[in-house]
Ligand binder design. Structure first.
Ligand code: MRU
Length: 351
């Protein structure tokens, strides 16, 4: 492919595969994986080899486009059935980030609009749509970064949770975007990155990305957020989001709502940053967002040389939580900063 887009998620040169940087191996190894089979694609999303709501959407788009290209010689009716089945299968890999179904539906609608066309033409159109999703994400991240940068000033301390940087998106990221853009412009920030138990996206990915970009980043355990806020080191909290409900309740990585509650206690503004593709107006409130439950071994044994809990002990491992809209100072999208009341300001984005 001649066009250059950010390359941690991309369509393979053969157009029938998807190439991803395996994020589970970072920061120690940067290895790329080629995904060809639907099961490999499902596994890569399910096990967070590719992760972060926008990146999952971009990846899913490329996956469906690659699978369509593989099947372009099927008879039209069979081709249509296969697309439908594969889209539903990929969509079942993770439930919380709306970008997954958003991207797949976008490709599905494109295919639907071409009913009667040859499968090869539909496959080419799906590829175009997937590339458009990727391209648009780059522009959205850039715009979010610009709007986010208006909320902080040179020298500020910013706390972030999980990873909402380039790896989770395309370029710049959402929550990390203003910090990276400001740094490019010569600004200095002190960023505190929560390690983000149990999968350590903050330690493995956020501190890696910020460090590489020359941002002053300090890694803390999740339970140290209160301390750095109390010390007066934090001027704002920036987090990403996986699904924002119509009333402004925002699902993001487990632990985010605790950060918001602490920020309210210490009088620190708490901002959620994400593209409009992460806003789900069909979801009235946070109670309607399905929260992914994951394997207890992620708490007990993953990343440890030996298990750190008794073998039979019960664990509860929700991957996301919902921050109540009343705790959110602003929701930063590519179209601007939405302020409360969110029921109105979010709806206005889509008019
Ligand atoms: O389980 P993950 O690593 O996919 O969760 C990621 C997050 O919660 C991010 O904060 C969110 O997707 C926003 S990414 C711009």
């Amino acid at each position: 492919m001649s066009e250059y887009l950010s390359d941690h998620v991309r369509l393979g040169d053969d157009l029938t595969s998807v190439v991803i940087l395996d994020q589970t191996l970072l920061p120690n190894r940067a290895e790329y994986l080629t995904l060809r089979e639907p099961e490999e694609m499902f596994e890569a999303i399910r096990f967070l080899r590719v992760r972060g709501a926008p990146a999952i959407g971009i990846c899913a788009g490329y996956c469906l486009a690659a699978l369509a290209e593989q099947r372009k010689d099927l008879p039209p009716a069979q081709f249509g059935g296969e697309l439908h089945r594969l889209s539903a299968y990929l969509n079942s890999s993770r439930p919380t980030a709306v970008n997954l179904s958003w991207a797949l539906n976008r490709l599905g609608n494109r295919a639907h609009s071409m009913s009667g066309a040859a499968p090869s033409a539909i496959a080419a159109a799906l590829r175009e749509e997937a590339l458009a999703i990727h391209r648009e994400d780059i522009a959205m991240c850039r715009a979010i970064s610009e709007f986010g940068l208006t909320l902080i000033k040179d020298g500020d301390g910013v706390l972030t949770h999980c990873n909402a940087g380039p790896l989770a998106t395309s370029q710049y990221g959402t929550a990390l975007g203003p910090l990276l853009l400001g740094t490019e412009r010569g600004m200095k920030f002190q960023v505190f990155a929560d390690e983000t138990r149990p999968l350590l996206q903050g330690a493995r990915l956020t501190s890696y990305e910020l460090n590489k970009a020359g941002v002053d980043v300090t890694l803390i355990c999740d339970n140290m957020a209160s301390m750095v806020m109390k010390n007066g080191w934090i001027n704002a909290c920036f987090v990403g989001c996986d699904r924002v409900a119509a009333n402004g309740d925002a699902a993001n990585k487990i632990g985010t709502s605790g950060v918001a509650i602490l920020a309210r206690h210490y009088g620190i503004p708490f901002y959620v940053l994400g593209p409009t593709s992460t806003i789900d107006l069909k979801c009235p409130t946070g109670d309607d967002i399905k929260i992914e439950l994951r394997d207890p071994e992620e708490i007990k044994s993953k990343f440890y040389a030996q298990p750190m809990a008794p073998a039979g002990v019960k664990c509860y491992n929700p991957a996301f939580d919902v921050t109540d809209h009343t705790l959110i100072s602003g929701i930063v999208t590519e179209k601007g900063v939405c302020r409360p009341p969110y029921a109105q300001s979010l709806a206005a984005l889509f008019h």
